[in-house]
Design a protein around this ligand. Structure first.
Ligand code: PLP
Length: 392
């Protein structure tokens, strides 16, 4: 073993001992309820493809058309002639969809969050984040060099205590719209009110709500009718409900110009392939016009919740497509997901450090492409899995 490997080995072994070791599986089909994984077919409940668009043939065709029009790669960063007409059209269409002045595309949601937080705050500033915020938001805070504080999850009293005891002007309050491992929605109207009262600025990362929530798929901003003044910094991602990839920030003309000048993860990276932007225009059309997908999702969510409650499992409070069952110990969550896998069903076991210690869970996610029969199949497999793991 090399000296470097000798240094790395013990940490890997400790992680394995703690049942926290992560292994990748190889997906051989497109993302869909029925997938091929390492040569076998499974019914999957673990993608973020909430509207079932990742394998939609109309979007695949748009991707092909985009490749014919613009080639396979952007070839440069946005500021060095990598900003194509497809990117520009998508920005304009997303600005209209979100009711904002302007939109700026980023290559990934992770980079959008890092870029925005680090551009908007810095040494001497204050960033207040929900305790359960996504890693990319926390990392953006760390990168900014600002003072960081975390308020209790979805607890506006806790946030207000921090806001009222701070003397930093222009605090940035940052929250997930829909919490990725819990599925609950942030108390946004109250957060927006507190930000107005204390002259702070609200930033929402709506990775899991955008497309899936709101009458037209406008996400939490549409659900709560939060305009640009109440919610000045809105981040959405395109790799989840939209079925393609990439992300964006929506806000005022000034905000977007500021980010173009100062957001380093925007400036120093290659623009997403223009064909992806072109395909995402088709996603957006479908997201807006096919509201039956959101309605179908709501029906499946209710069916699953009723079924899981009947099994007496500890279902977490969530109205979204993310439906976690709290298990507790990491090894038990793993055993349950393995018992489901033996029955041909994939559900992610989420363990620390992604979630707090002792709160390992099965994270079931639903897609509008699942059928009611498939949800029934999951429910019977869960019943079986719980019985077999309890017996062992
Ligand atoms: C998935 C996710 C991201 C990252 O977005 P990518 O486009 O996948 O990089 C950011 N925030 C939240 C809350 C997410 O769930």
């Amino acid at each position: 073993m090399s000296r470097l490997d000798t240094r790395l080995r013990p940490e890997l072994e400790a992680r394995e001992q703690a049942h926290l070791y992560r292994r990748r599986r190889t997906l051989e089909s497109g993302q869909a309820p029925l997938v091929r994984v390492d040569g076998e077919e499974f019914l999957a409940f673990c993608s973020n493809d909430y509207l079932g668009l990742a394998s939609d043939s109309r979007i695949t065709e748009a991707l092909q058309q985009g490749a014919e029009l613009y080639g396979s790669g952007s070839g440069a960063s946005h500021l060095v002639l990598g900003h194509s007409r497809a990117h520009h059209q998508l920005e304009e269409a997303l600005a209209e969809h979100t009711g904002r002045d302007r939109v700026l595309l980023f290559s990934t949601g992770y980079m959008a969050n890092m870029g925005v937080i680090a551009a908007l705050s810095g040494r001497g500033g204050l960033v207040l984040q929900d305790k359960l915020n996504h890693a990319s938001l926390l990392d953006g805070g760390a990168l900014s060099g600002a003072k960081l504080k975390r308020y209790l999850h979805a607890d506006t009293d806790s946030l207000e205590r921090q806001l009222s005891s701070s003397d930093s002007p222009d605090a940035l309050v940052v929250t997930d719209g829909v919490f990725s491992m819990d599925g609950d929605i942030a108390p946004l109207p109250e957060l927006a009110r507190l930000c107005q009262q204390y002259q702070a600025h609200l930033m929402v990362d709506d990775a899991h709500g955008f497309g899936a929530l709101g009458k037209h798929g406008g996400g939490v901003a549409e659900l709560y009718n939060l305009n640009q003044e109440a919610l000045p910094v809105l981040v959405g991602t395109l790799g989840k409900a939209f079925g393609t990839g990439g992300a964006f920030v929506a806000g005022s003309e000034t905000l977007i110009e500021y980010l173009i000048q100062f957001a380093r993860p925007y400036i120093y990276t290659t623009a997403m392939p223009p064909a992806v932007a072109h395909a995402t225009l088709e996603s957006l059309r479908i997201v807006r016009s096919e509201s039956w997908r959101r309605e179908k999702l709501a029906v499946l969510i209710q069916q699953l919740r009723d079924g899981v409650e009947q099994l007496g499992l500890d279902l977490m409070e969530s109205d979204t497509a993310i439906q976690p069952i709290l298990i507790g110990e990491a090894n038990k969550a793993i055993e349950l997901s393995q018992a489901l896998e033996r029955q041909g069903i994939f559900v992610g076991a989420i363990r620390p450090p992604t979630v707090p210690a002792g709160s390992a869970r099965l994270r079931i996610t639903l897609s509008a492409m699942h059928t009611e029969e498939q949800v029934d199949r999951l429910l019977s497999a869960l019943e079986q899995a719980v019985r077999s793991v309890a017996v062992e």
